[in-house]
Design a protein around this ligand. Structure first.
Ligand SMILES: Cc1ncc(COP(=O)(O)O)c(C=O)c1O
Length: 391
């Protein structure tokens, strides 16, 4: 009856089960996985956010495969602020980054072709691959006092079915940006094999410190066909508005072909609504205050984390350059899932085991840096004391 691509194990995993039991018993949970910015107590002016949805132009249906030009011009303006000039014709609007991935996978890959994606990384890639009949093949990120792309590992995984390398800039959950030297090496690999780069930059505005060795944005790549994905879910902390985009860049001829083919894909869906597209220029223009609140929160929580993780403790945190997450290194005397389950049942604190993000070994827990500082410190105190007492 159903396609084999939907043969997922649908039974809830251990942690979901434990969370459900706690809810049923009315027990509170201290949620260190919360990364929905609309639930973390940030101040957002309701009128400023909702008024742009009342544009009378939204009464007109003006279908455009790329999405309304006024919104694409605003997206191009966002890149000008990052030092990059783009033609709005290089930009396609989508309802989410997930939809953008699907469009790009469909554009580049035949069934069974491969997209190389970082490991550890965002758990959705396997699902996006499966839904688009693409094999998402992991390439390693290595941790050595900071995360780097294992370039040899990447090169060795490339074969005749590989169509593109995916980078997340900065990566979720490692918080590591692509360095200029890494982009040069990836460009070489792509040129050699006629591959493309897919760059997810949803968190790129949330860097903690400037770094001249870091790629500013992949949207300016002209050597290799490059698809840069981003959107309002993180840039303006408005995931509920459902507006993302793809920037296409690369050598002129390839770029032209990619744009023409993407136009047909996007025309088949026409997925972005007129009110949302018309509101996008205002939502982008208003991003400053919410980005500052989030950056302040994330960095304050990181300082709190560092203050609590004194050197004699059996847990520490990995280096992070930006984004909304931190990674704890914990004793591998038990599995990450067992640590997470123990923390939930004994202390009510919920955090993610590393294997959710495909860490290649045990010993890692992932937490969100978005929760309110008081709740964050409270939950973290419980994590530190339980792990210390059981190691
Ligand atoms: C790396 C990465 N890309 C994309 C997204 C989601 O973007 P969207 O809401 O536009 O689908 C997330 C959400 O957490 C993410 O972590």
């Amino acid at each position: 009856m159903f396609s084999s691509r939907t043969n997922w194990p649908l039974a809830p995993n251990l942690l979901s089960q434990l969370l459900r039991e706690r809810r049923e018993l009315g027990l509170p949970t201290l949620d260190l996985t919360e990364s929905n910015p609309t639930r973390c107590g940030f101040a957002l002016d309701a009128d400023d956010t909702l008024a742009p949805l009342h544009d009378p132009l939204a009464l007109l249906y003006q279908p455009d495969p790329r999405g309304l030009r006024v919104a694409r011009e605003a997206v191009a303006g966002y890149y000008v602020e990052h030092g990059v000039q783009l033609d709005p014709e290089q930009i396609f609007l989508t309802a989410s980054t997930s939809e953008a991935y699907s469009f790009v996978f469909r554009l580049l890959a035949n069934p069974g072709d491969k997209i190389l994606a970082p490991q550890p990384s965002y758990p959705l890639f396997d699902f996006l691959g499966a839904l688009n009949d693409v094999n998402v093949v992991p390439y390693p990120l290595a941790y050595n006092d900071g995360w780097q792309v294992d370039l040899q590992g990447l090169a060795s995984r490339w074969d005749s079915r590989s169509r593109a390398v995916l980078v997340v800039h900065p990566n979720n959950p490692t918080g590591s940006y692509i360095q200029n030297r890494e982009l040069i090496a990836m460009t070489e690999i792509c040129l050699q094999h006629q591959g493309a780069i897919i760059a997810d930059e949803v968190f790129s505005d949330y860097g903690f410190a400037a770094d001249a060795d870091r790629v500013v944005t992949h949207a300016q790549n002209t050597e290799v066909l490059t698809f840069t994905l981003s959107g309002l879910s993180k840039i303006s902390a408005l995931p509920q508005m459902k507006l993302a985009w793809i920037v296409v860049n690369g050598p002129a001829d390839l770029r032209r072909q990619a744009l023409a083919r993407l136009e047909v894909i996007a025309d088949t869906y026409l997925s972005v609504s007129a009110p949302v597209a018309l509101a996008t220029p205002r939502w982008l223009a208003q991003r400053g205050p919410i980005q500052s609140q989030i950056l302040d929160r994330v960095q304050a929580n990181l300082r709190q984390l560092d203050a609590m993780l004194t050197p004699e403790l059996p847990l520490s945190r990995l280096k992070v350059e930006g984004g909304w997450y931190a990674i704890l290194r914990v004793p591998s005397t038990r599995s990450d899932e067992d640590w997470a389950a123990e923390l939930l049942t004994q202390t009510g604190v919920s955090l993610h085991p590393g294997h959710f993000y495909d860490f290649p070994s045990e010993g890692f827990l992932v937490l969100s840096l978005l929760p309110a500082p008081g709740a964050f410190a409270d939950a973290l105190g419980k994590v530190v004391s339980l792990i210390s007492s059981q190691s």
